[in-house]
Design a protein around this ligand. Structure first.
Ligand SMILES: *Cc1c(COP(=O)(O)O)cnc(C)c1O
Length: 398
């Protein structure tokens, strides 16, 4: 097929066309088991009937009215988010990057409003991922994604992840925000320690800086709690969500406290599409399904099953050194002799009818539907086994 899309994406050699639950079919009619869920997006699988119903019902009522108005759909989803998190107020947008952009702008503005313009420094972690706008990609800790777009916005410092001493050394009274992913997703499914998050909270309090948790990947049930911060008991001042929030319909959200939100006065920030009724209607229904004891218990249980199966596969084949993560966000870290080969294995898995992900070049990442069944897990792991066995044979001949 002729490709009319800009070459920043390198598309896989198959074209998905139709999907249901954890199964996807391509244009040739081949079936895939989807343990990627987009990239941790399709949290209720593909075309969940209740989400299809919520979307089509809203589609027949009203699509868009501009942010000169609020809507029932937006208020309803915001209320649910507020009632089940630390937050008092929600800003809706369309993506994770936009949510983080709003979070960082708010942190700068809040610091300026309360302490003056010099308090503008942002501290982020090495290898962090916060999105692809110029600001968020600069705050992200992977220079390979930002350096070609210089000059980059100033006032951003990077510290090694999970290193309390480094954070303590970097933070000061000119710091306005510290931004952390509770589990670094893109760079390897690497969880922050509870001690690190606690230290970040303490240091932010000491220096009057906002603590921002980027839960774009970890939020909405992915780790077995509604949001990952709820495992640690450490509460941020600002938190972002996107990916699973609309289960595939684009929506992002920035959540914050009443006090911090006050710095986003009328006209200070905005968006045309953010909070549109279609996205909020889907998000609201998704929230109701995800935020139940049954779904969250299912995530923990299936996460444990999948992790155990992957550990056994690792022992059998010697390809993985560890399997880590929380709930249904799982990373298989390749053994040292296979470092750098995650992309190759991922491509071969697809050829075997399995959709998974990589996180960096050394980790295979799985982020399936939160409703993933035993059958999906067994079939998916069997396909991964077949792919690894074929790959090992190719390696041994090379
Ligand atoms: C995916 C991701 C983003 C960016 O989200 P987009 O919707 O692609 O803009 C930001 N932060 C984290 C932690 C992510 O995983």
């Amino acid at each position: 097929m002729q490709n009319y899309i800009t070459p920043n994406f390198s598309f896989a050699p198959v074209i998905p066309e139709r999907a249901s639950g954890s199964r996807v079919w391509d244009t040739e009619g081949r079936e895939y088991i989807d343990l990627a869920g987009g990239i941790a997006v399709n949290a209720l699988g593909h075309c969940h009937p209740e989400l299809v119903e919520a979307l089509t019902r809203q589609a027949q009522k009203m699509w868009h009215v501009s942010n000169l108005y609020t809507t029932r759909a937006a208020q309803e989803l915001a209320q649910k988010l507020v009632e089940h998190t630390f937050a008092d107020k929600v800003f809706f947008c369309n993506s994770g990057a936009e949510a983080n952009e709003a979070a960082l702008k708010l942190a700068r503005k809040y610091a300026r409003d309360h302490y003056g313009a010099e308090k503008n420094e942002i501290i982020a972690c090495v290898n962090a991922f916060h999105g692809r706008t110029l600001f968020t990609v600069s705050v992200g800790g992977q220079p390979k994604y930002s350096r070609d777009f210089a000059p980059l916005p100033p006032g951003i410092t990077h510290v090694p992840f999970n290193d309390i001493a480094a954070l303590e050394a970097a933070i000061s009274d000119t710091t306005c925000a510290v931004i952390i992913e509770p589990i670094q997703g893109e760079s390897g499914v690497l969880p922050a320690t509870a001690e690190y998050l606690q230290a970040a909270r303490r240091l932010c309090d000491r220096h009057k800086a906002c603590l921002i948790f980027d839960e774009v990947q970890t939020g909405m049930g992915r780790t077995g709690k509604l949001f990952a911060y709820q495992h640690s008991g450490v509460t941020p001042d600002i938190m972002t969500s996107a990916k699973a929030l609309g289960c595939g319909f684009p929506i992002g959200a920035m959540l914050t406290t009443e006090k911090t939100a006050a710095s986003f006065g009328p006209g200070t920030h905005g968006t045309t599409f953010g909070g549109n009724p279609l996205a909020c209607a889907v998000g609201s229904k998704a929230f109701d399904i995800i935020n139940t004891p049954q779904t969250l218990a299912h995530v923990k249980q299936q996460g444990e099953k999948l992790k155990q199966a992957l550990m056994r596969l690792g022992e059998e084949t010697g390809v993985f050194q560890t399997v880590r993560g929380e709930g249904l966000l799982i990373g298989c870290v390749l053994a040292d002799q296979y470092a750098g080969k995650a992309g190759e294995i991922n491509a071969l898995a697809l050829a075997h009818g399995l959709m998974i992900l990589v996180a960096g070049t050394d980790v295979l990442r799985l982020a399936p539907s939160l409703l993933v069944t035993d059958e999906d897990i067994e079939a998916g792991v069997a396909k991964l086994r077949a792919a690894l066995q074929e790959w090992l044979q190719v390696c041994s001949k090379a």
